[in-house]
Write a protein that binds this ligand. Structure first.
Ligand SMILES: NC(=O)c1ccc[n+]([C@@H]2O[C@H](COP(=O)([O-])OP(=O)(O)OC[C@H]3O[C@@H](n4cnc5c(N)ncnc54)[C@H](OP(=O)(O)O)[C@@H]3O)[C@@H](O)[C@H]2O)c1
Length: 264
C-alpha cells in the first residue's frame, strides 16, 4: 500500500510503515529521536540527520536493534552544501524517501522582543524556517516525481497563540504552519501530503531550562489544563498516524497536541 491510497480494511494495518523509508531531521534526541524510533517500530527504515555524530549513531543503533535499517548522517542543515549532501546521502542509502519528518529546530532565547538581537533572529530563522523550507522542497519535489509521500513538519502552539518572550521562535513556527498549508495545496495532486504537528510544552533538552525553572515551570504547568508538560512519547502516535495510510485523506493541517493549553 502506498502512503496516498485509501486504506484497506483493518484499522491497525493502516498504521503500518512496512517497506517505507523515512528521513528524520533532528533525530539525535528529543522529539526527533522518539519519532524516528516510532516510525521504525511501525516498520520503516530510517535516515537520521543532526549535527552531533555520536548521539545520532546511538539512535541508529537503537533502530537497528528493532530490526530496521538506519543510517546516521551528520549535517548542519543551515549550511546549504551540508543540507544538500545530507539529502543525497539519504537517497543513496535508502533508494527513495516516502516519509520526511522535518523536525530539527531551535529555541535558544527567552526574552522580551525589544531585547532580541539581529544575530539571534538570523540563527532562529535560518534553522527553523530557511533550512526547513529548502529541505521540504528538495525532498517534496522528489516525492512528486516518485508518485507520492508524506511530509511531517514540526510547528508549535507558539504558531497559533502569541507567546511572550518567544517572538522570533513563534514567528518561525507560524511560518512553518503556513509553509505546511501551501506545500500541501501545491502537491496534493501529486499525492504528497504535508501536515504539521503542533506540540505544547514537551520535556526535551529544548524546554528543560524553562520547565525546571521554579517560576516559569510552574506557570507553564498552571496554564496547561492537564497540569503537566508532555513526554516525547506522547507525540509518537500522531507522527505514525501522519506518516502512514491511516491519514490518507489528511493534508495541510496542524495537529495540536498540548494537554489542552490552547483549547480555552
Ligand atoms: N519540546 C517542545 O516542547 C516543542 C514544542 C513545540 C515544538 N517543538 C519543535 O519540535 C522540534 C524538536 O524539538 P525538541 O524539543 O526535540 O528539541 P531538541 O531536544 O533541542 O532537539 C533538537 C534537534 O534538532 C537538531 N538540530 C538543531 N539544529 C540543527 C541544525 N542546524 N542542523 C541539524 N540538526 C539540528 C538537534 O541535534 P544537534 O544539536 O545534534 O544538531 C536535535 O536533534 C523542533 O522543531 C521544535 O521547535 C518542540
Amino acid at each position: 500500500m502506498t502512503t496516498h491510497m485509501p486504506p484497506a480494511a483493518g484499522v491497525m494495518g493502516q498504521f503500518s510503515l512496512a517497506g517505507k523509508r523515512a528521513l528524520v531531521t533532528g533525530a539525535s534526541r528529543g522529539l526527533g529521536r522518539t519519532i524516528a524510533l516510532a516510525l521504525a517500530e511501525a516498520g520503516a527504515d530510517l535516515a537520521l540527520v543532526a549535527r552531533s555524530a555520536e548521539p545520532l549513531a546511538a539512535v541508529a543503533g537503537e533502530i537497528e536493534a528493532l530490526g530496521r535499517q538506519a543510517i546516521a548522517i551528520r549535517a548542519d542543515l543551515t549550511v546549504t552544501l551540508e543540507r544538500r549532501q545530507a539529502v543525497e546521502a539519504a537517497y543513496a542509502a535508502l533508494g527513495r524517501v516516502d516519509v520526511l519528518v522535518c523536525n530539527a529546530g531551535i529555541s535558544p532565547i527567552w526574552k522580551r522582543s525589544a531585547k532580541v538581537t539581529e544575530e539571534e533572529w538570523d540563527v532562529i530563522m535560518d534553522t527553523n524556517v530557511k533550512a526547513a523550507f529548502f529541505l521540504c522542497t528538495d525532498v517534496g519535489g522528489r516525492m512528486c516525481d516518485q508518485g507520492g509521500g508524506a511530509i511531517i513538519t514540526l510547528a508549535s502552539v507558539a504558531a497559533v497563540v502569541g507567546t511572550p518572550r518567544m517572538a522570533a521562535y513563534g514567528m518561525s513556527k507560524a511560518a512553518i504552519a503556513q509553509m505546511t498549508r501551501t506545500l500541501a495545496l501545491e502537491w496534493a495532486p501529486q499525492h504528497v501530503r504535508v501536515n504539521a504537528i503542533a506540540p505544547g510544552y514537551i520535556e526535551t533538552d529544548m524546554t528543560s531550562g524553562l520547565l525546571n525553572h521554579p517560576y516559569w515551570g510552574a506557570a507553564i504547568r498552571q496554564a496547561t489544563p492537564m497540569g503537566r508538560a508532555g513526554q516525547p512519547q506522547e507525540i509518537a502516535g500522531i507522527a505514525v498516524y501522519l506518516a502512514s495510510p491511516a491519514s490518507s485523506f489528511a493534508t495541510g493541517q496542524l495537529f495540536i497536541v498540548d494537554g489542552g493549553a490552547v483549547a480555552g
